[in-house]
Design a protein around this ligand. Sequence first.
Ligand code: LLP
Length: 432
Amino acid sequence: MFVADCLQVNRQGHLCVEQVDVLDLAAKYGTPLYVMSETQIRKNCHLYRDSIQQFYGGNGMALYASKAFCCKEMCRIADQEGMGLDVVSGGELYTAISAGFPAEKIYFHGNNKTESELIAALEHGVGAVVVDNLEELETLDRLAGARGVCQQILFRIKPGVDAHTHQFIRTGQIDSKFGFSLETGEAMEAVERAIGLSHVELVGLHCHIGSQIFDTEPFALAARIMIGFLAKIRQQTGAVLTKLNLGGGYGIRYTPQNDPPPYEKYMEQVSLVIHETCNLFDFPMPYILLEPGRSIVGPAGITLYTVGSVKEIPGIRTYVSVDGGMTDNPRYALYQSEYQIVNAGLAAQEKTMQITLAGHCCESGDLIGENLPVQHLEKGDIVAVLSTGAYNYSMASHYNRVPNPPVVLVRDDMDRVIVKRESWEDLTRMDV
Ligand code: LLP
């Protein structure tokens, strides 16, 4: 009935995250409100960990891609669940370190890391910097040299795989701002350059082909191409790189029409291809890293809003306006993303309305969705947008000086705030 497993309906017909009635949460904390299921997040972490164990003999690690949802408590959960961490900015790195996340399990990404970010990475001792370009390689070598250290690095490679997903979240093809291209030879040039440097140690390769991908085939293809390149590096330079990071990108259910394969399918298929390709080239099986973000937190989160008005334009559409919108969820405006929505107080009832869910920003494009089926809705009702755990809080903005909602984490029948609600005062804190 719902796109996420952590949701159910109680005897009053109200929507619950685990065993907590979301109407109680809305009353207790106000709206808009992000609610996340801790049990679901932990379960998703297990699925990746277990699949690496089952299909790859445990010779690898899943890194949580913190860009999907980053706060201190999420970093602690990822750590407790044995995950490494993918960070892509000084801010994500700072959050992780502040939460006590072990630096050696952090992989630092980004296509234009600043010197101060690289210095922070070196000083905290991150496990690896995923180097994106030659300028960064030289800068990192210089900065590491000045500190008398040798930093382990991976190279971000564009494997040339074109995944079928929205163009803004597609990254593995040659026309991408990320990484070194295989086709043009720049990847091999970079490898040769890195081998000649003394304060970086190239230990592996990384690729990420895109996000919200449902098909396992592009991942298998990318793995095959990457192993082929590892073998070519050995042949051309003698270097045997031991780590292969295959990125994230596994799709989730936003609507009942979405049908992603179970997560373990990815590892099953990818590990088959790695076995085959390594055999073919007589290359040692690399240590595998996966970087799921959306599939860890996406299905574990919902957003609650209060309906302020219902405006029916006869023969055209019905606008239902809520107290949040593109500031807490910009994904419809950016990617025309689809969501399932529910009147949280009538969750078991039939959906009798078809609406456009509008936010409260001064902008016509401030919509959360169009043509959304939902139960009867009127002023004062609490509406839940499902599967908002990834790339909502983390992409929130302050447009129109709207404060960001808090994040409440639910476990069984307990709830606790893990990110506090911003106040108007918070919004002016940096003003001079
Ligand atoms: N690793 C790297 C290097 C990435 O760039 C990404 C996502 C991930 C891992 C995690 O991918 P995931 O498992 O979450 O698909 N804002 C967009 C998604 C952008 C994804 C960017 N990179 C959205 O809201 O759909």
